[in-house]
Design a protein around this ligand. Structure first.
Ligand SMILES: [Zn+2]
Length: 281
């Protein structure tokens, strides 16, 4: 019996506790990918080190115009390395032409330039990239219910003028519809009246993953407030640069804009068929 127990113990020791690196998300343009490994590992994406939480969780993202290749290297505490050559699937972007946008938002007059500059700095400062938290690894839920009126990444043309791509997902919902936190986090920005964004909230989900909520009619949270998935943060509105009431929902990883809807359970990839799907549902 003792010998059997010893043999069993040896077998258990010989088996690896779990796979060395597990990734979750879609390896495609405009996508956040999260991963799990030994907490004492080091993780590098294209030569740059990533944060690894005490639970072994990490995050990285591919921007809208990311090229087809990326390399993830995980070095285990014992020095062994796992090299993953990732193929980043391309996405097709639609062109969206909007007319009837108030011209002051298309070519802002000189008297609002100072305000735009000040608000840009506020937003940059609120995009915290170092919070040691794991909330980004949860499955997200929709922050508001309604039809999608504009997808991530579209090329925008306002009143005939080419503007930045649409870095978010628009949910059409009536003014006053409640907006909830799609995952746990900490509020980093809560502004009732920004020039372009109107009522604006940023939620920090850890390791540089933040989500943004624009055009809100009401902001019900304050900076540094801890929120949980499903908590009300405010209401849908039509403040700032809009042509009607909707929620613009954005996601950002340390300055890289991504499609937040890809983190919702059950949402499929948007990239080409050839793209690599990792983990998830
Ligand atoms: Zn939008």
């Amino acid at each position: 019996m003792k010998r059997l127990a010893l043999a069993l113990a040896l077998v258990l020791v010989a088996l690896p506790a779990e796979a060395a690196v597990i990734l979750k998300g879609y390896v495609e343009q405009g996508s956040l990918v999260t991963g799990h490994t030994d907490p004492k590992s080091t993780v590098m994406l294209d030569g740059k080190p990533l944060m690894v939480s005490p639970k072994g969780l990490f995050a990285f993202a591919f921007g809208r115009d990311h090229g087809p290749r990326a390399t993830l290297i995980v070095t285990m505490p014992d020095g062994t390395r796992e090299v993953k050559a990732l193929t980043v699937a391309p996405r097709k972007w639609v062109v969206q032409s909007l007319t009837g946008v108030d011209q002051k938002y298309v070519t802002p007059p000189p008297e609002v330039q100072e305000r735009i500059k000040r608000e840009k700095e506020l937003k940059l400062a609120a995009r915290v990239c170092t919070t040691n938290a794991n909330w980004f690894a949860e499955d997200f839920i929709w922050p508001a219910k309604g039809p999608i009126s504009s997808v991530f990444g579209s090329q925008r043309i306002f009143n005939g003028m080419k503007k930045n791509p649409h870095f978010g997902v628009d949910v059409a919902a009536p003014q006053g519809t409640q907006i909830v936190a799609p995952a746990d986090g900490i509020i980093r920005l809560a502004q009732p009246d920004m020039f372009f964004e109107g009522g604006l909230v940023f939620i920090d989900h850890g390791q540089g993953v933040t989500t943004q909520y624009l055009h809100m009619s009401r902001v019900d949270v304050r900076v540094d407030q801890r929120v949980r998935q499903g908590d009300t943060i405010g209401a849908v509105g039509k403040t700032g640069r809009v042509t009607g009431a909707h929620l613009h929902w954005g996601m950002n990883w340390c300055g890289v804009q991504v499609d937040p809807s890809l983190r919702i359970a059950g949402i499929g990839p948007k990239g080409a068929e050839s793209g690599m799907k990792v983990g998830g549902e």
